[in-house]
Design a protein around this ligand. Structure first.
Ligand SMILES: C[S@@+](CC[C@H](N)C(=O)[O-])C[C@H]1O[C@@H](n2cnc3c(N)ncnc32)[C@H](O)[C@@H]1O
Length: 360
């Protein structure tokens, strides 16, 4: 039995079933047994591959996006470039290489990384040391000043609460123990979701509704900063443009789906991001939300085809094949292109960010 499984069973027997949000937090971030604390999840030998690890063009295009935003903010002499959940630091490293041709941008830049995993901070330090980054456990400690935030596959790792529609109304889905195994169990709700579900439609018995208060709080806090200073944030993740019913909690181990409750702490645990909820939280706090846009549309608008052509001109046949397969994975409709969405939030007086066609 894994240490985390033992720990969870003891907690449940002492205090009762835990929320799905608590369960996710324990699985991903328990200081002794958490998935991100102990595992090396990225890459072919890990559990999953993220966009910046698939192609350098992903980070490069986001670097150019950041330069565009910096121009739109009237080129502040000092500004904060912030990444939430930087993983191995690949995205930021590619972004800064692409932006490196612009000395004014590079001189004014202060890099801030919001990262809870001490182990991943080590990787980030290796590739980003020349830019003297500062690390933060949470966004509340980020400094004031003009800012640009990038977050790729960050919100999917944040805890969600799940609710199930039953003949007694909405009940929270918690994780308890039945027959010695972890099992989902209905429980009185820890907070009301009536206002959220009323705009989604009429639920049927068995429907699941998911809420991530932590994600909403982060979108809202960044939006509040956008009201006080020139700022913008770009959120990229897999998820849905509109709030809806459905169970999206999933565990992934070695590039395959695993049982969510079987091996806590051993598999990555994520949920689809509700982009409508993030956009609404940001708008309520005073920012303008743009999108969400499909990742394929966004990357095409930023020039992924043109970037492929430029890099192809100097590529060996192997590199050329890699460039094209990377691009196709990022924008292919049956790969990441449609599943992943992009949402931007920005200060009300800034123009629409590049890559977005319409206001939400
Ligand atoms: C799926 S990885 C994505 C990494 C990277 N953005 C990429 O695209 O390769 C999630 C990242 O978010 C970090 N993370 C997860 N929960 C976090 C939290 N609550 N606060 C800060 N970082 C968190 C993880 O340690 C990891 O760096």
């Amino acid at each position: 039995m894994s240490g985390l499984l033992d720990h969870l069973k003891q907690q449940i027997s002492a205090d009762g079933a835990v929320t799905v949000a608590n369960y996710m937090t324990e699985c991903l971030a328990n200081p002794e047994y958490g998935y991100y604390i102990l595992n090396e999840p990225f890459g072919v030998s890990g559990d999953f591959v993220t966009a910046p690890e698939i192609s350098q063009m992903f980070g490069e295009l986001l670097g150019l996006w950041a330069v565009h935003q910096w121009h739109a903010m009237d080129k502040p002499k000092s500004f904060n470039l912030i990444e939430l959940g930087p993983g191995r630091g690949t995205l930021m490293s590619d972004a800064l290489r692409a932006a490196g041709g612009l000395p004014e941008f590079m001189t004014g830049l202060n890099v801030h990384l919001v990262e809870t995993s001490r182990r991943l901070r080590g990787f980030q330090k290796q590739v980003l040391n020349p830019f003297s980054p500062s690390w933060h456990d949470e966004i509340s400690s980020l400094p004031d000043g003009p800012f640009i935030v990038i977050a790729n596959e960050f919100f999917d790792a944040l805890p969600i609460h799940q609710f199930e529609y039953t003949e007694h109304g909405w009940l929270e889905r918690r994780v308890g123990v039945a027959d010695g195994q972890l099992a989902f169990t209905p429980w009185p709700s820890s907070f009301s979701i009536e206002a959220d579900v009323s705009s989604v439609g009429q639920p049927r018995i068995g429907d699941i509704f998911e809420v991530s208060p932590e994600s909403r709080q982060i979108a809202s806090e960044l939006a509040a900063r956008c009201k006080l200073q020139p700022g913008c944030a770009l959120f990229i993740d897999y998820g849905h443009s509109r709030s809806g019913f459905g169970d999206t909690l999933q565990a992934v181990k070695a590039h395959a789906y695993a049982d969510v409750l079987k091996t806590p702490g051993d598999a990555d645990l994520t949920a689809h991001v509700d982009f409508e909820a993030l956009a609404k939280s940001a708008a309520r706090a005073g920012a303008i939300a743009y999108g969400s846009e499909l990742q394929c549309q966004f990357l095409k608008a930023l020039g992924i085809h043109e970037r492929t052509d430029i890099l192809s001109a100097r590529a060996t046949p192997d590199q050329l094949a890699q460039l094209k397969s990377g691009r196709d994975r990022l924008i292919g409709g049956d790969q990441m292109g449609n599943l992943f969405k992009v949402l931007a939030i920005a200060s009300p007086d800034l123009p629409p960010p590049s890559g977005f066609q319409v206001n939400a």
